[in-house]
Each structure stands twice: as C-alpha cells, then as structure tokens.
Ligand binder design. Structure first.
Ligand code: URA
Length: 243
C-alpha cells in the first residue's frame, strides 16, 4: 500500500498527524504476506458433525466445524440468537483477529465485525497494510449475548473448543485480541487491558503469539486511545515479521 493510501486509513483512525511516521513504517513493511496453503493437517474424520459427541471438534475440517457451530445448543445463547457467527476471512491468513461476541448487526448478518466497530477495525488493519480479506476474523463467542451483555464464563468455556479448532486449522502466525473480554478469555486472566498491551503473550499449546489492543467499539467512544492502538498494531506487525 502506498503511503498516501495508508494516510487515508490513518485519517479514518483520527491519526492524521502520524502520516509521516506511518510512511516511514511503510518503508519497513515486509511486502511478503504468506500466501501458499498451510501444510495439510490430519485427514478429517468421516464423522457427522451434528451428531458427533462433544469433544470431537478436534478432528473436524472447516465445513464440519461450521456445521457444528451452526447447530450448537450448548448454552442458553442458542435460544436468543438469530444465527451463529462463525468467522470470516482468508483460510491461509497469517493474522487472526479476535473480538468478544457478535453484536446486533453481526447477529443479523452472520458475519463478525460488520457494524460501525467493524468499519473502524477495517481501518485499523489497513493502517498496518492489511486488507480485511487478508486476515481471518472471529469472536470468542459465536452467538450474541442479549443486549450485548458481557459473556459469562460458562458461555465462553462452552464456545472455546470451536475457537481452538479454528486456530488449529488456520495456524495463524499472530493473533490480535481486541478488547478486554477477548483478551481475558483467551489468556485466562483478569488483568486489565492496559496491563496486557505491548507484550507478546502466547496462546494455548501451539504458543501462537498473541497481542492485545483496544476494542474498536471502545475506540469509537474514546478516540483519545486510538494512538495507543496504533502503537499496538505496529508492535503486532513487528512481532508477525519476526515469526
Ligand atoms: N464486537 C465484537 O467483539 N465482535 C463483533 O463481531 C462485533 C462487535
């Protein structure tokens, strides 16, 4: 992406006075995004994803996992959702972006981050040279909590095997957790978001690097923290280039 275009995205982030530094950063940007297919994992089982017993997700391929999630009734959110929100993006993505849970727009459309927060997320990604189509985007929860309340621990626990399988299939180089709820659930901590930023955490057995930053919905309410988010995104990009 040329520096003029990046400047436009930074402007959308409210960071116009950062253009020059962004242009310098762009010069350091590795042009090479990994685009080949990932090495094949174990062959998917022939199991029926709907009727298979709980715990079999670890053997599912993408279509089986998607079908399993769409049919999920493991927690009470299945009674109030319009539809599940599985995730979207490039199955060869290096970056996995993780939010908290679908909101009203996502529940209606079946895709994560499609509302105003999603537009800002797209701009944030663009600012570090990533198109939405290049990354994979999902949430810790696949169903909308009524009224956008925080997910409760049992809902997050029931949903986690789906995300773990998504991560195993995707094999991302880096994960970006946006917002406190995603970060705390993924890292199994109750630390504040501020204390989790600017560190390389590791997720699960695969030890995928995980970076934490602010949620775009929070940034819409608190634009002063967009600068810190820009620092986090640059940090994430540096980490991804080291992996
Ligand atoms: N907020 C989230 O955390 N995820 C979405 O998909 C939309 C809004």
């Amino acid at each position: 992406m040329n520096s003029e275009l990046r400047g436009e995205y930074l402007a959308a982030l409210g960071l116009t006075d950062w253009r020059r530094r962004a242009a310098a950063a762009a010069a350091n940007l590795s042009a090479a995004q990994r685009c080949g297919p990932h090495p094949a994992g174990p062959a998917p089982s022939a199991v029926d994803p709907i009727s298979a017993p709980q715990g079999r997700e670890g053997a599912f391929d993408w279509p089986q996992l998607r079908a399993r999630v769409a049919a999920c009734t493991r927690c009470g959110l299945s009674a109030t959702r319009t539809q599940t929100v599985f995730g979207v993006g490039n199955l060869q993505a290096d970056w996995l972006i993780l939010g908290e849970a679908p909101g009203a727009d996502e529940d209606r459309l079946g895709e994560p981050f499609v509302g105003r927060a999603g537009q800002l997320l797209n701009s944030m990604l663009r600012a570090v040279g990533l198109a939405r189509e290049q990354v994979y985007i999902a949430n810790v929860l696949k169903c909308r909590p009524p009224g956008n309340r925080d997910p409760n621990p049992s809902e997050a626990a029931e949903c986690l095997p789906y995300l773990e399988r998504q991560i195993a299939l995707l094999k991302p180089k880096i994960m970006l957790a946006v917002g406190r709820i995603a970060a705390q659930n993924l890292l199994r901590t109750d630390k504040t978001l501020g204390s989790l930023r600017q560190q390389v955490h590791r997720f699960g057995a695969s030890r995928v690097p995980l970076i934490v930053t602010y949620h775009p919905a929070y940034l819409l309410r608190t634009p002063a923290d967009k600068r810190k988010t820009w620092e986090d995104l640059k940090f994430a990009r540096e980490v991804s280039e080291r992996v």
